[in-house]
Design a protein around this ligand. Structure first.
Ligand SMILES: [Zn+2]
Length: 401
């Protein structure tokens, strides 16, 4: 039955049916509360009434009443079969899921449609966010279209890039009014902006929409995996993605578990110049959540460059993610490797400007996992192409033209 779901703590098993925005279980800060759907009508999945809209998956999305569904125009994007990449890596079947073709050119748009719909359903008409770019832009677009108020906290070290992306957003569709978005440039680093957003949300009693523990966002992101399953008609042997906070990988896993009751192998790829979870998985650094383990970042892949052990880490371990690093030698190696990897993408028809650096890291990760024999030659691999080419790498522009 559409609309029936609850949340259950992964630590103590406590069940939550309340319609309130909560981050974690009362038992502990690590008490993640994923959504559970005990009464799915699989005959109605996907629901043909919704055609290609992501709402066709509503049987396993957290909305009680579809009247509250906000349509942000999330598209069904291509799953491209990559013969050249497969051949180059000694594999048979490699696919790339093109989420860089979403409205704001990143897979973060999938988080926004679910977040705004569910928060609206719970009676909120305002929320707080913190971002350095992609995710924040997706949420600003969601606010503009839904008319809900959004307080977005942006750190000053990301201000130039933010302004460029934001100006592009507001000029992309003159019919959408962004007066409901209030930008707060706060602090220097992302951590400082988050702290300010947290205080503000608490003071104003508003939901803070941010990263891994927001399970509404995970559910929206899950639709990327559901589309892959729809196209393949089965789970792939591997899903590989650049690993920042891990929402993409976690949500892909969750979709597979819900539809097929089975998990693919999961590859989480970080650039060696900032690979805290890889180091922790090898026992080389302390894996305690919150510990900063990378003093200086040596990577251009900043979209996934989180220098500390992120709160998702224990949960990614729990679902069996294989952590791998690429571009050993840092920025120098990246500059050498990016053009070759990009060439591989282009040879398989992935358009110029539609494969971001995070996706290049994922591609390099597939190559490494295949070389190590972890991905077998007959196995099916899906790579998540999660976002646009970042614009703030001037050293690369010439190389990538
Ligand atoms: Zn609990």
């Amino acid at each position: 039955m559409a609309g029936y779901f609850y949340r259950r703590c992964v630590k103590c098993g406590k069940k939550y049916i309340i319609d309130k925005h909560i981050r974690n279980c009362s038992c502990s800060a690590e008490g993640l509360l994923p959504f559970q759907y005990p009464e799915v009508n699989w005959d109605n999945y996907p629901d043909p009434k919704y055609k290609d809209s992501v709402w066709r998956f509503h049987e396993i999305l957290p909305l009680r009443d579809l009247e509250n569904a906000i349509e942000l125009g999330i598209k069904k994007v291509p799953l491209i079969k990559c013969k050249n990449i497969a051949q180059a890596f000694g594999l048979t079947e490699v696919y790339v899921k093109m989420d860089s073709m979403q409205p704001t050119e990143t897979f973060k748009d999938r988080e926004a449609f679910m977040t705004f719909s569910r928060l609206k359903e719970m009676g909120y008409n305002e929320l707080v966010g913190a971002s350095t770019g992609d995710s924040g832009i997706s949420h600003c677009r969601g606010a503009g279209i839904s008319g809900m108020g959004l307080h977005m906290f942006v750190p000053n070290n990301a201000r130039a890039r933010w302004e460029e992306l934001y100006n592009r957003l507001i000029s992309s569709n003159g019919k959408v009014n962004y007066d409901c978005v209030q930008l707060h440039y706060s602090g220097v680093t992302f951590d400082e902006a988050i702290a300010a957003a947290y205080d503000f949300a608490r003071k104003m009693d508003l939901p803070l929409e941010y990263w891994f523990y927001n399970q509404i966002r995970i559910e929206g992101m899950k639709t990327m995996g559901l589309e892959v399953l729809e196209d393949l008609g089965r789970i792939p042997d591997w899903y590989v993605q650049g690993l920042g906070s891990g929402t993409g990988i976690f949500s892909f896993w969750k979709g597979c578990m819900e539809v097929y009751g089975q998990s693919p192998n999961l590859g989480g790829i970080q650039p060696a110049g900032c690979a805290p979870m890889v180091l922790a998985s090898r026992g080389l650094v302390d894996g305690t959540v919150g510990t900063r383990v990378v003093p200086v970042l040596d990577t251009y892949v900043l979209g996934i460059g989180i220098p500390k052990i992120f709160e998702s880490y224990p949960h990614l371990c729990r679902i069996g993610v294989t952590f791998e690093d690429v571009f050993e030698g840092g920025k120098k190696t990246e500059l050498k490797e990016f053009p070759r990897l990009l060439e591989l993408f282009h040879a398989d028809g992935i358009p110029h400007g539609k494969a971001g650096l995070e996706s290049l890291a994922a591609l390099a990760g597939v190559e490494k996992l295949a070389q190590k024999g972890l991905i077998g030659p007959e196995q099916t691999v899906v790579i998540g192409c999660t976002g646009r080419m970042r614009l703030d790498v001037p050293e690369l522009e010439k190389e990538l033209e």
